[in-house]
Design a protein around this ligand. Structure first.
Ligand SMILES: Cc1cc2nc3c(=O)[nH]c(=O)nc-3n(C[C@H](O)[C@H](O)[C@H](O)COP(=O)(O)OP(=O)(O)OC[C@H]3O[C@@H](n4cnc5c(N)ncnc54)[C@H](O)[C@@H]3O)c2cc1C
Length: 423
């Protein structure tokens, strides 16, 4: 039996573990799946370790659960696999708690992030997910296998590795690592309780994606009414998602995504995923006068005891603006795992990347094309394989694509491989 190790017991890891159970229940030779996680299962959604207060509503509908979109990927066994996965659905979770009718009658409300974490933990427990409580500190390629150094505990050997999680927040030049007046998309939520009920403050939120949107909505809710909130966006304008069927369907069913020209795929991601506010956030902002949008890029942060000065560049102009607090919400480092790679693994990854950019080298099974042993990077799979793989939009398809390699070794997906595609 082969072993698949997953860094992180968040939605992606749990989806893979649950699917492996469903495959075994359907009589397929599933690999052993080990989730390696230093904190609590689904901890990033609880509000206890940053990223969210836990009370924010989930952006995607909860019907996009661990098994969604319940694809028929397994030939004659597909019906049995889908039936087994239906046991892990969000509706099943509510039914078991007597909360299903209430949820339907209230209009199928979005759960909070914390409620979502309860659902994920419930699935992990019912699927009997194997979780090793440790942090991966090094990943080294040793022949055909991975050797994972973990803390604490002995090394873990695996035939394939999946990396999950958003990675650390991206920083602006000069941004201190820790400062009471300079926060980011993760630390804001750890500090937010302390800021509630404060005096009027001038705050700058840097960024125009959903992480920034959540911070702005929270500030509008909690800040003193004479506070000034500037939202700094390098796009000049804040955009929101359309959420039309034509846009949404690519997230659920990306089979023909690779056939779109790369320029069109990049444009789609920019319009619907990165750097856009959700419609829920947009609805709150539409009803608020307590913020304004500034056009420009933050190029430098100079943090002092009393104020934080942000240098803003727009075209050929530069200005320095002082704030009481700055929140840098410009995204996360998707390639964070590279700091964990040993010498051999780094060399092989460099060869596989072949100077073309890692995002272009992600194959149908979400691994890096040409890299052995396999390294699956769903967070970087948006450009090459589909916009839903980095997020929660198609966890059932994500787990099928990854697991298929270990269940049917030697066989291939009908879709085209990276090497067949013209960029
Ligand atoms: C506030 C917020 C709201 C979001 N809302 C949505 C939404 O509504 N819909 C959507 O599609 N996407 C949303 N996202 C995007 C979201 O990040 C991803 O969709 C989702 O987290 C992916 O799950 P995951 O399993 O990859 O990561 P996570 O849930 O972040 O889990 C990764 C895990 O990896 C662990 N880990 C980190 N380092 C190591 C290590 N060295 N060794 C072992 N384990 C490690 C972490 O402890 C963590 O538990 C949101 C993101 C944020 C920040």
């Amino acid at each position: 039996m082969s072993t698949l190790a997953v860094l992180g017991a968040g939605p992606k890891g749990i989806a893979i573990a649950a699917k492996a159970r469903a495959l075994a229940a359907a009589g397929l030779p599933a690999p052993r799946v080990i989730l390696i996680e230093p904190g609590p299962v689904a901890g990033n959604w609880t509000g206890h370790q940053g990223y969210t207060s836990g009370l924010l509503p989930l952006g995607t509908p909860p019907e996009k659960d661990i098994g969604y979109p319940y694809p028929a990927s397994w030939g004659p066994q597909s019906a049995a696999v889908t039936a087994a996965m239906a046991e892990y659905s969000f509706q099943r979770h509510l039914i078991a708690r007597g909360a299903y009718a209430d949820w339907v009658d209230r209009g199928r409300l979005r759960p909070t992030h914390r409620q979502w974490s309860y659902y994920l933990r419930d699935v992990a427990a019912r699927a009997g997910a194997e979780v090793v409580t440790a942090e991966v500190t090094e990943m080294e390629a040793d022949g055909e296998r991975w050797r994972l150094t973990v803390d604490p505990g002995p090394p873990i050997w695996a035939d394939g590795v999946v990396v999950t999680g958003p990675g650390p927040p991206i920083r602006v030049h000069g941004q201190p690592h820790q400062h009471p007046r300079v926060l980011d998309g993760r630390s804001y939520w750890l500090a937010a309780p302390a800021h509630e009920g404060r005096m009027a403050m001038n705050t700058c939120v840097i960024g125009s994606g959903e992480t920034a949107a959540a911070v702005v909505v929270n500030l509008l809710d909690t800040a003193h009414r004479r506070s000034v909130i500037d939202v700094l966006t390098s796009l000049g304008v804040l955009y929101s998602r359309g959420e039309s069927h034509e846009e949404n369907r690519w997230y659920s069913d990306p089979g023909d995504w690779p056939a779109l020209a790369e320029a069109h795929r990049r444009e789609f991601l920019a319009r619907t995923d990165r750097g856009v506010f959700s419609q829920q956030a947009e609805a709150v902002l539409n009803a608020s006068r307590g913020f304004r949008t500034l056009a420009g890029r933050a190029v430098e942060i100079d943090a002092g005891d009393q104020q934080v000065v942000v240098t803003i560049e727009y075209g050929h102009e530069r200005e320095r603006v002082a704030y009481d607090m700055v929140v840098v919400a410009v995204g996360f480092h998707g390639r964070w795992f590279e700091t964990l790679l040993g010498e051999q693994a780094r060399r092989r990854l460099g060869q596989a990347e072949a100077g073309t950019g890692l995002e272009r080298r992600i194959d149908v099974d979400l691994s890096v094309a040409g890299l052995n042993p396999p390294l699956h990077l769903p967070v970087l799979a948006g450009l090459a394989q589909g916009p839903g793989f980095p997020n929660l939009s198609c966890l059932g398809l994500l787990s099928d694509r990854i697991l298929r390699r270990y269940v049917l070794s030697g066989s291939h997906w009908p879709e085209k491989k990276v090497s067949d595609l013209s960029a």
